[in-house]
Design a protein around this ligand. Structure first.
Ligand code: ZN
Length: 439
């Protein structure tokens, strides 16, 4: 089962194309030989950087990198996009290596409610092996920019699926985005109507204002935001991911959400392997207008850095709880687990936590495999005049193995049967059909 089974039949359906591509990838991914642990270089050893610098790192790019020769003028624009890409990656990996609350890494929220003490659960995030590998791989890129550059592609002529710029104003303000000349979200919604399209246009309109209301300096000494890297945020390929995905239910969310990928199988920097190691890092950004992103889950682990500033504590909140959390009801099925979520039975428990780019406890969260998560972006509040909308730095750590499909939990009635609804909130009971992860 996948998220897009019931999406519209438009022949140009972006999501169907994306799905086809990701399924094709999954098949290829499953046939790859596993990386042998004994051939892993000891990148953590103190002497490793000198050895690595001397050696050819053996970068293997994805096979769809555009190698068209550019004019000197265009090359300069692509160079700038590359520079800002590296800066974004530097901020990302530096943030994960900076000591905050743990001695050697940030401490990330891994459950907003542990289901037992009803408290939040956190962990020193670099101790997760997938995070450790992602940091190592991004550092390999930063240490070998010339080799990594061979896998970089502005995606100006990208054919796998359409990519968008947020709006005309942001595009015009960036020479790089003007050169790449992607259609805008307004173009995407031009022939569409209804609440999804209306919200989609609103997202395009408020995009820059939402991005202006962000901060990364609270947790890392690199400005990863739109202010610091304006060409990257305007020129990276944005995808209105849920616009045609009916299973995401909420129209305001489906129109009001987009994400973009800087590094990863579908992003600007597409590295398949380095030194025989599969590169699972998938790093980008998300944006969401005032709306509820329903409970959902996926195999790949995920990491968020909350760069969006809030006007009050409850404006932008999120929840993440492990699928086997005692607050849920789990039932074994032939292919995995059915996990029933009914927040009404836990009235006094806080599931949703605030986000803040400057609070050491609230700026980073890590989602384990099949963790159930949701994001609630609220309306205007407090004294701030920030527009209701929320941007995050987003990453998956294992984007090149197993099933990458994001699945949304299904609303149910009192008897536990699927219930057709037009909108869903955090309090509505749902069932999440988990599938086993097969190594
Ligand atoms: Zn997710």
């Amino acid at each position: 089962m996948n998220l897009y089974e019931e999406s519209s039949t438009t022949s140009q359906s972006l999501l169907r194309i994306a799905l086809t591509a990701s399924l094709a990838f999954a098949v290829v991914g499953c046939t790859k030989p596993p990386v042998s642990p004994e051939v892993e270089p000891k990148a953590e050893a103190p002497s490793a950087p000198a050895e690595m610098a001397a050696a050819d790192k053996g970068f293997v790019c994805d096979d769809d990198i555009d190698t068209t020769k550019l004019s000197a003028e265009d090359q300069a624009l692509e160079d700038e996009l590359w520079r800002q890409t590296l800066e974004y990656l530097k901020g990302f990996t530096t943030a994960l290596e900076t000591s905050r609350l743990c001695l050697d890494s940030p401490r990330a929220v891994i459950q907003t409610n542990d289901g037992q003490s009803n408290g939040v659960e956190s962990r020193c995030v670099s101790r997760y092996r997938d995070v450790e590998l992602m940091v190592k791989h991004v550092n390999w890129v930063l240490d070998h920019p010339d080799e990594a550059r061979t896998c970089f592609d502005s995606q100006k002529n990208y054919e796998a699926f359409p990519l968008y710029s947020p709006n005309e104003r942001m595009k015009k303000a960036s020479k790089v985005a003007s050169w790449i000349d992607r259609p805008t979200l307004n173009d995407y919604y031009a022939d569409k109507s209804g609440l999804i399209a209306e919200t989609g246009r609103k997202l395009g309109k408020h995009f820059a204002a939402i991005l202006d209301n962000t901060d990364s300096k609270g947790f890392v000494d690199v400005d990863m935001t739109y202010k610091g890297l304006p060409d990257l945020w305007a020129a990276v390929g944005w995808i209105p991911f849920y616009a045609e995905a009916e299973k995401a239910i909420n129209a305001r969310f489906r129109g009001g959400y987009a994400y973009a990928e800087v590094m990863g199988p579908w992003g600007l920097l597409r590295i398949k392997e380095i030194d025989g190691e599969l590169i699972g890092a998938e790093i980008g950004m998300t944006i969401q207008l005032e709306s509820f992103y329903p409970y959902h889950f996926h195999h790949s682990q995920e990491l968020y850095m909350n760069i969006g500033k809030s006007s009050c504590a409850k404006q932008n909140t999120y929840m993440v709880m492990h699928w086997d959390n005692p607050s849920f009801v789990q039932k074994r099925t032939e292919i995995g687990w059915d996990v029933t979520i009914d927040k009404r039975k836990h009235r006094k428990a806080t599931w949703f936590r605030p986000t803040s780019p400057t609070d050491a406890n609230e700026w980073i969260a890590y989602y384990e495999r099949n963790a159930i998560h949701a994001t609630e972006v609220g309306g205007k509040c407090g004294k701030g005049d920030a527009p209701p909308g929320f941007a995050q730095v987003w990453a998956r750590t294992s984007s090149r193995d197993n099933n990458q499909t994001t699945k949304v939990c299904v609303p149910i009635d009192a008897k536990g049967n699927p219930k057709p609804v037009e909108s869903v909130t955090a309090k509505d009971p749902v069932v999440c059909h988990l599938e086993d992860w097969k190594p």
